[in-house]
Write a new protein. Sequence first.
Length: 183
Amino acid sequence: MVANAERDELERWPHLPLRAAQYLDTAGQRRLLRLLRWRDAHARDSDRPRSWILDNELAVALARTPPADPLALQARLEAEPKAPRKLGAPLWQALTTPLPDEHDAPPIRGEDRDKQAMRKLQDAVAALSAELGLPDGVLASRRWLEPLLDGEWPAGLAGWRRALLEPRLAALLPSGRTASTSV
């Protein structure tokens, strides 16, 4: 955890864990990615919880049906009780400015996609946790395992976690290959 904090990296694909994101079209997913990256950076800079900046529900709603202009955005923010009313301008900027890597985002998983593969990864992690006497969730959460299905090793599973998990999980990864490190 300390090593991750020292790297000071924000989540590259913060929209992937959100279940509602799978129901957005590609343009909506990209808008959601922009909003969540902006929110995470703003939360870190202002030392506030992410949900105080922009909650997931409002982010998904804005990504699904984006306002036509900054005035429409502000009107929508005024109508929402937990909306960041004072952040309308930077929120509009984030919503409408494409990210250089947004086209590289992995596909969002549907309910059934790779369910068996995920179950195998979770079972392997649970077995290793039991062997080591660790509580569930200490080695790897589902959120950290999902990128492995796309061949990307997430930063949260770096260091000692990767050293313990990689030998067990490598055979379960797509094509039996070792996932590359997340950027």
